[in-house]
Design a protein around this ligand. Structure first.
Ligand code: SF4
Ligand code: SF4
Length: 455
């Protein structure tokens, strides 16, 4: 509707009431449908990663409990004595990350890395708070800036405490950690680690952010060694010279690089934000974007081309098939090791500080050490028996040990061989048998008796 002087109430302002002049400029076209496809995809994955980051230690899915020397791995409680399985599990995870780098480049950095996720969240929070304060607070520029900084630092400090808590929960039991936090414990190792991690997380949020990726983190350099001519990369291709030099791809890049200069820049985390930016800009002109995910510098654009399904998921040569087979082999080995694992571990060892003890009545005694580690969640009873050594028996031992869940019990016992027992002088071989539930284990042991001359 046209406005008159009377309507404005101000004689200095005169507004034309005639028909509006024709404007030659067309309104900008809406952004193309897939203009922020990778951005939305990344943010959905980031959300999932945050959920996993919290769920792993709190759900006992994967964490080490250093004070109690335990390692939790997807329902299994591994003891430090099972270091080989722990090592095997960690190697398996590392192998998956390395294989991922070979096939999909820096996809871990751009999509899964907690450091990247929280750095981007910190940047987004800072700019959102600044915009909010500028919009709603009618103060002069400096106090407004101080207010937005105060809000940002306060939230970043709280977030650092929470994230440090979750991170330390990967190594210390969360309830134990909470008690230490509430008691402001900065004396014990757990307390000091928590305080140091909080401080580091805060410094990271405030200052380091993505600089961490190019200064501290070795993964980017490692990826350079693992990738080859078929690895997924982000590349600028402009054979038709259609780039309009808008530089939006440069402005959106959190790593501060220009992807047009090279697809092999160590800073590039293959996040795909520049792809969205170019699609957005050129899409308004009815053109295709010039930046793509591609299978190697000479390869086709992701999702295009007439390739078989396994090539489309990155298995593009024999080397990659071998890597996949090794991962499957590793997974099968890990699964077998975990399924063969016994909840109750019995160890039997002879005490040979003295070979034997000779009683006044001629009875020969041999000493053994029994250890029962109950790694399960219920009380266990281990029963012992002697096989292949007739006439012998345990001395003052009720043939069983009761061990509570999560506990280890040790006992020294003697086996007595009276003169009536048919033992040969010297070494007698026999089996020391342990039974826990339906599981039976026999360990070959020796019973030493005096030689003929000394008896
Ligand atoms: S966003 Fe696309 S058109 Fe704009 S400068 Fe980057 S590559 Fe060129
Ligand atoms: S160049 Fe593109 S893909 Fe690489 S980090 Fe920057 S925005 Fe992400």
């Amino acid at each position: 509707m046209a406005t008159t002087e009377a309507q404005t109430g101000n004689p200095d302002i005169s507004v034309s009431t005639g028909p509006l002049p024709k404007c030659d400029r067309k309104p900008p076209l809406p952004p193309p449908q897939n203009a922020s496809a990778y951005h939305r995809f990344r943010k959905a994955i980031h959300l999932g990663c945050v959920v996993v980051f919290f769920a792993l230690p709190f759900g006992n899915l994967m964490r080490a409990d250093i004070p109690h020397q335990r390692f939790y791995f997807f329902g299994y409680e591994l003891w430090i004595s099972e270091f080989s399985i722990i090592f095997f599990s960690l190697m398996f995870l590392m192998f998956i990350v390395a294989a991922m780098a070979m096939l999909y480049g820096r996809v871990y950095c751009g999509y899964l890395c907690p450091q990247m996720i929280f750095s981007e969240a910190s940047l987004a929070l800072e700019s959102k708070l600044t915009r909010m304060v500028n919009k709603h607070v009618r103060w002069s520029a400096r106090p407004r800036k101080l207010l937005s900084q105060f809000l940002f630092y306060s939230i970043a400090t709280l977030a650092s405490v929470i994230l440090a808590f979750v991170f330390i929960s990967y190594f210390v039991e969360p309830r134990d950690l909470l008690h230490r936090l509430l008691a402001f414990d900065i004396k014990t190792a757990g307390g000091v680690a928590g305080a140091t991690t909080t401080l580091l997380a805060l410094l990271d949020f405030l200052f380091l952010r993505q600089r961490f990726c190019t200064t501290v983190c070795p993964y980017g350099y490692l990826q350079g060694m693992l990738g080859d001519g078929d690895t997924l990369i982000v590349q600028y291709r402009d054979e038709g010279r259609e780039c309009i030099e808008c530089k939006k791809c440069v402005r959106v890049c959190h790593m501060g690089i220009d992807i047009r200069t090279s697809p092999y820049q160590i800073e590039c985390i293959h996040c795909g934000e520049c792809i969205d930016a170019c699609v957005d800009v050129l899409g308004r002109l009815g053109k295709q974007g010039l930046i793509h995910y591609v299978w190697g510098e000479q390869g086709e654009v992701l999702g295009t081309g007439d390739k078989s399904w396994y090539q489309k998921i990155g298995l593009r040569n024999g080397k990659r098939v071998v890597v996949l087979l090794i991962i499957l082999f590793y997974a099968a080995g890990l699964f077998t090791a975990l399924s063969m694992r016994r909840a109750v571990l019995v160890r039997i060892a002879p005490d040979r500080t003295t070979m034997y003890r000779l009683g006044k009545d001629g009875t020969v005694y041999n000493r053994f050490r029994l250890q029962v580690a109950n790694r399960g969640h219920e009380q266990a009873i281990a029963q012992f028996s002697i096989e292949g050594l007739p006439g012998t028996s345990f001395v003052d031992f009720e043939n069983a040990m009761v061990v509570n869940a999560g506990q280890t019990a040790e006992r020294e016992v003697e086996i007595a061989g009276p003169p009536s027992a048919p033992l040969i002088p010297g070494v007698n071989h026999f089996l020391l048998v342990s039974r826990v539930g339906n599981e039976k284990e026999a360990v070959e042991e020796t019973f030493i008796t005096p030689s003929k001359d000394s008896r």
